[in-house]
Write a protein that binds this ligand. Structure first.
Ligand code: MG
Length: 331
């Protein structure tokens, strides 16, 4: 028996009857020889971690566009926080930790530059519906490496199902779904206070009474609530009180941070950058990297331009815009 087979056997002993066992994976679209050491989900996690799309998350907006302070979240640190919360939930519920981690690390790979602002522009300019979770799936299925990462069915399912309106097939997918919300609700408060957009005193007092008066207490309350209510059950559940307080806090963030606040002052400019880049590459497709010129033949020009721009970091989009549209000074 090799090490991977030993691990698969261990999963059968240790994991909950509701966990997804790696030995029961529906597998990959293009069949591959199994690794001697790693389970299929460990392998998927590693493929995502080593991908270029993953590294680009470090220069993609979470809430604040290209923040200069070192302590603001980026899409990369958000992803790592989601992975950590999801792993805590998964291991406490005896779910498959590697599957959970793989889904968490991959869930936001399709985020455009400038976060949800960018996503809105894509919805305007693309002749097809654009959602970052669908784009994450496209990254792992096709774009990364030129051929995609050939991930297992369960990791792909969890990645596409991390947004509302989708139902994950596995509890590991659900664990990431709830962890994403726990992560962003809490770190966006932290960043908004750091950025002077909110004061802690402004947070709704009834939510603080229930969830806790510090960042770490609130995360802890939400995680423990899920673990207590889901332990040994075939589902991920929350108590009504915590769930209502969390929802209220989330609405508060939408009203005070995500929409129309000082944090959003640069949004119009960010949107204009993406619109101009889109128009430019539609008219000058040969200026794209070869892989996207090739894809334009196969998938259509708009799809390919959209894939190219969606993959850019905030920094890359801004410097490309400068190079293309701002005259260089004479030196
Ligand atoms: Mg996310």
């Amino acid at each position: 028996m090799n090490i991977r087979e030993e691990k698969q056997k261990r999963e059968q002993v240790i994991l909950s009857p509701y966990a997804q066992l790696s030995a029961h994976s529906k597998g990959r679209e293009r069949p591959e020889e199994e690794c001697l050491i790693r389970t299929c989900y460990e392998r998927d996690r590693d493929r995502i971690l080593h991908s270029k799309s993953f590294r680009r998350l470090k220069h993609k907006t979470q809430v604040f566009i290209a923040p200069e302070g070192d302590h603001y979240r980026t899409r990369l640190t958000h992803t790592l926080e989601v992975a950590q919360i999801a792993r805590t939930i998964a291991t406490s519920l005896c779910l498959n930790e590697s599957l959970t981690e793989a889904i968490a690390l991959g869930h936001d790979l399709g985020h455009t530059p400038f976060g949800h602002t960018g996503e809105e522009v894509f919805n305007e300019i693309c002749p097809f519906p654009f959602e970052h979770n669908l784009q994450s799936l496209r990254v792992v299925r096709e774009l990364e490496n030129g051929t995609g990462l050939n991930l297992t069915y369960e990791v792909q399912d969890g990645i596409v199902s991390h947004c509302s309106g989708y139902t994950p097939d596995t509890l590991e997918g659900y664990a990431v779904y709830v962890s994403d919300k726990i992560a962003y609700i809490n770190h966006d408060i932290d960043d908004a206070v750091r950025g002077g957009v909110l004061r802690y005193e402004d947070l709704p007092q009834d939510c603080i009474d229930i969830l806790g008066d510090t960042h770490s207490k609130r995360i802890h309350t939400m995680i423990v609530d899920i673990i207590e209510n889901s332990y040994a059950k075939n589902g991920i559940f929350k108590s009504l009180a915590i769930s209502e307080a969390t929802q209220k806090l989330r609405r508060f963030l939408f009203d005070n941070v995500y929409v129309g606040s000082a944090a959003k002052a640069e949004e119009t400019k960010a949107k204009d950058i993406l619109r101009r880049l889109f128009e430019y590459f539609i008219q000058n497709k040969d200026k794209m990297p070869d892989e996207f010129i090739f894809r334009a033949e196969k998938d259509g020009l708009e799809r390919s331009v959209c894939d190219y721009i969606a993959g850019m970091t905030d920094n890359f989009a801004v410097s490309l815009y400068k190079n293309l549209f701002i005259p260089k000074s004479w030196n």
